[in-house]
Design a protein around this ligand. Structure first.
Ligand code: NVA
Length: 386
């Protein structure tokens, strides 16, 4: 397909320190999360909604305490090896500061202890030369930004635009506190009707509910991203970008990067278990959507915070090269058949903390500029949201 390109690629020397418009341009600098100091969050309304009944015991038992040491050690080893591979490929790797997530805090609206700095993708959204700190909806994540503050200050001093979106106060009124206790069928019906555990009192979104295709960004309403949060983002980004709401048949929507994952201009992975409702709009824009291969993860693997579909939560080194979990052979084969070079890295122990390569990273700098990738103007909001 011929996709419209509005700007040519510039050399790295000319790139701003923060520069990333999509998920596939050649990667130059990346933040990779840490598991050290990770604390199991105490049950709270939005976390409880996203936790399956068979995993509830984990949060009841460990809430407010450090993650079990053996889980931390195994995941830390994998993360460090991933960093080593990235550096060997010439990518600059940055890590968050270690802060004490076990400290409890009290605001006028709630009391909580912290979580971790494992998933920078959830809290940091890079759009062009700007980093936006997301106004997340878990009380345990209220102060997570502190682990990234020294990095943000450095990027600010080196020329980046740095924004913190207004955080929700997260009082009880912000949530439908009964949501998690409702029968599954009722919850399905509610998500289909567009009702989630977070209400619309104040903006909230997780950066991982947004996926970047150059000028076009796609976002899902989820249990942590509300409509007023999406409105804030649309208005903040202004006319240079188009933010489109996409929907998936998902009981527990939280983070779009195991549902819709662009690989290169014109090609994206989709999740066969929750196919995008607006598939036709992508096809109309000239994009081929390929179904991800299921995970090879054994059923008894400890997965407290996400599904095995994180096998499609890949990170692109460039439009030809992709990091994939070492034991996800069907996923690797699929990508190779599509013409990609695959870099396998062990990451199953990281999965246990709720994500994979895309979740644990924030691509600060990629070698590219703002471009369009076939989405016709104007992109019909009614069609998308209807
Ligand atoms: N919540 C989704 C996405 C995780 C990256 C899942 O568990 O599949």
């Amino acid at each position: 397909m011929q996709l419209k390109q509005t700007h040519s690629i510039v050399s790295e020397r000319q790139l701003p320190v923060v520069n990333s418009y999509n998920e596939w341009d050649p990667l130059k600098e990346v933040i990779v999360g840490c598991v050290e100091g990770a604390v199991v969050p105490k049950l709270e309304p939005a976390l409880q909604t996203n936790t399956s009944p068979q995993n509830m015991w984990f949060f009841q038992k460990y809430g407010g305490q450090p993650f079990p040491q053996e889980l931390v050690e195994a995941a830390s080893k994998e993360l460090n090896e991933f960093c080593r591979v990235l550096e060997a490929l010439g990518v600059i790797v940055r890590r968050p500061d270690l802060i004490d997530f076990s400290q409890t805090y009290k605001t006028p609206d709630f009391e909580a202890s912290g979580f971790y700095a494992t998933m920078p993708r959830d809290v940091l959204l890079v759009v062009g030369n700007e980093i936006i700190e997301a106004p997340m909806a878990w009380r345990s994540r209220f102060f997570e930004y502190r682990a990234y503050r020294s990095l943000m200050l450095e990027y600010l001093r080196r020329g980046a635009k740095w924004t913190t979106a207004p955080k929700p106060s997260m009082s009880d009124e912000f949530y439908d506190v009964e949501y998690a206790t409702k029968p599954i069928e009722q919850r399905y019906a509610l998500t289909e009707k567009g009702q989630f555990v977070t209400r619309e009192l104040e903006p909230s979104f997780d950066a991982a509910d947004i996926v970047r295709f150059g000028r076009d960004l796609f976002v899902q309403r989820s249990h942590v991203t509300n409509e007023i949060g999406i409105t804030w983002l649309k208005r903040h980004l202004g006319d240079q970008f188009r933010v489109h709401v996409v929907k998936f048949p998902d009981l527990n929507p939280m983070h779009i990067d195991a549902s819709l994952v662009p690989l290169r201009p014109g090609l994206a992975l989709v999740n066969p278990a929750r196919p995008c409702i607006q598939t036709e709009l992508f096809k109309k824009a000239g994009w081929e959507l390929v179904e991800a291969a299921p995970s090879t993860l054994p059923d008894n693997w400890p997965m407290y915070m996400c599904s095995g579909w994180v096998c499609m939560n890949i990170l692109s080194l460039d439009p030809e090269t992709i990091f994939v979990e070492k034991q996800e052979e069907p996923m690797q084969k699929l990508l190779k058949d599509l013409g990609f070079k695959v870099i396998p890295v062990d990451f199953r122990h990281v999965y246990t903390f709720g994500g994979s390569f895309h979740c644990v990273t924030c691509d600060v700098r990629r070698d590219g500029q703002l471009e369009e990738y076939g989405f016709a103007e104007p992109f019909e909001e009614d069609e998308l949201e209807g």
